[in-house]
Design a protein around this ligand. Structure first.
Ligand SMILES: Nc1ncnc2c1ncn2[C@@H]1O[C@H](COP(=O)(O)OP(=O)(O)OP(=O)(O)O)[C@@H](O)[C@H]1O
Ligand SMILES: [Mg+2]
Length: 361
């Protein structure tokens, strides 16, 4: 495995190699009488490419150009110090400096392109590995989840019927309510898992995102999950419709709202805004959910879209991974900004025109 140096060590190595090569270049180590303007000088001149290329390898275009500029500045007085008056020799020196800059720039660009390509390949192979993992996991577990769903339905129904036999406030009524609530939660987990492992294809219809937001908010209020959180919708009245799978978008918004509510156990405000945004000439519908909750640490922020990543005792860690896949299938994206102790803002962006995804299917 190639050895890796810390940035400071890298800078020190570049500094030392630059000092050594420039000293060679000036003929301080092998004096000019031994070839200062001849073969040795020419070799020393080429040695200056080493720190430039090191700069490009370790710090990209910025590194390559910076070291090239440094060496150019250090070698610029060479002609004057050595008393060179021959214009051909001087031209030779200056041409060399232009080459320093060109090599710094070119090697920096090549290195950055190579890194970009490597990162892209790594991301692709990670995505592929995740897909393979999910498909085998999905096949195994989807069968199991189906088997759980039916008896769970019977348990829920029975608990609800039995609950009517006991007066509200009685111990048995309360216990049956717990049974109903917990089996509802379990069935939501199973539903989540199934929709993650075996997503159904999108069914797009012209959708008004404001209506979906209103539906989700009233669902949260009806199910009384909002607790002490006040939900403030600020919806753009001129928002255009978009061809979306409204049920799936509903699922995404519900996941995000439930996360925001869970992040504010002592209450707070969840502001939901919708608007039209234009990126690179393409129009998107944006819906932002901004909470005043506990926020997400930098470390966790990198993992929140990973399946089964959760910091909540009762969480399965599938909400955001499912939402991510749904929005990706709509050719959109989810952006998250968070400050620990202050709150989180989740923005869902979906393009108004969906031709790309239809063509891609
Ligand atoms: N608005 C938010 N504020 C703070 N943390 C959040 C917020 N949204 C997501 N998170 C963090 O991201 C994690 C993953 O979220 P995700 O919705 O995928 O799973 P979950 O909510 O834990 O479980 P579930 O599968 O029930 O949704 C959460 O456990 C939480 O740590
Ligand atoms: Mg969640």
């Amino acid at each position: 495995m190639p050895r890796t140096y810390r940035p400071n060590t890298r800078l020190l190595i570049i500094g030392l190699v630059t000092a050594a090569t420039v000293t060679f270049h000036y003929g301080y180590i092998i004096p000019p009488s031994h070839g200062g303007s001849g073969l040795f000088h020419a070799i020393h001149g080429r040695l200056c490419y080493i720190p430039i290329i090191l700069g490009a390898i370790w710090f990209g275009v910025r590194g390559g150009i910076s070291v090239a500029l440094l060496i150019t500045a250090l070698t610029l007085p060479y002609g004057r110090i050595r008393g060179i008056t021959d214009s051909a020799l001087l031209l030779n020196e200056y041409t060399e400096m232009v080459f320093y800059l060109a090599i710094g720039l070119t090697s920096g660009i090549l290195i950055e392109l190579q890194r970009y390509e490597r990162r892209r390949r790594e991301a692709l192979s990670k995505e592929l590995a995740l897909k393979e993992h999910l498909s085998s996991l999905g096949q195994m577990a989807a069968g199991l989840a189906h088997e759980i769903k039916n008896p769970l339905g019977s348990i829920q129904g029975s608990a609800e019927i039995l609950g009517d036999d006991f007066p509200p406030g009685s111990r048995k009524h309360e216990l049956l309510q717990v049974l109903t609530k917990e089996s509802h939660r379990l069935s939501r987990v199973v539903e989540d898992f199934l929709s993650f492992a075996r997503p159904r294809p999108l069914e797009r219809t012209p959708t008004q995102v404001n209506d979906v937001v209103r539906d989700v908010v009233s669902q949260a209020e009806i199910e009384n999950v909002s607790g002490n959180v006040s939900i403030v919708p600020m919806l753009d009245p001129d928002l255009p419709q978009a061809p979306l799978d409204s049920e799936k978008i509903h699922q995404v918004f519900l996941n995000i709202i439930l996360n925001a509510i869970a992040a504010m156990p002592d209450g707070g405000t969840l502001t939901i805004t919708t608007r039209k945004e234009i990126f690179n000439g393409e129009t998107f519908i944006a819906a932002s959910f901004t909470d005043t909750g506990h926020g997400i640490s930098k470390e966790n922020l990198e993992k929140i879209f990973d399946p089964f990543f959760t910091t909540r005792e009762s969480g399965t860690g599938l909400g955001l991974s499912i939402s991510h896949v749904i929005i990706q299938n709509h050719n959109g994206k989810i952006e998250i900004q968070s400050t620990l102790g202050k709150g989180t803002s989740v923005t869902v962006l979906v393009p108004i025109k969906q031709e790309g995804s239809i063509a891609a299917r």
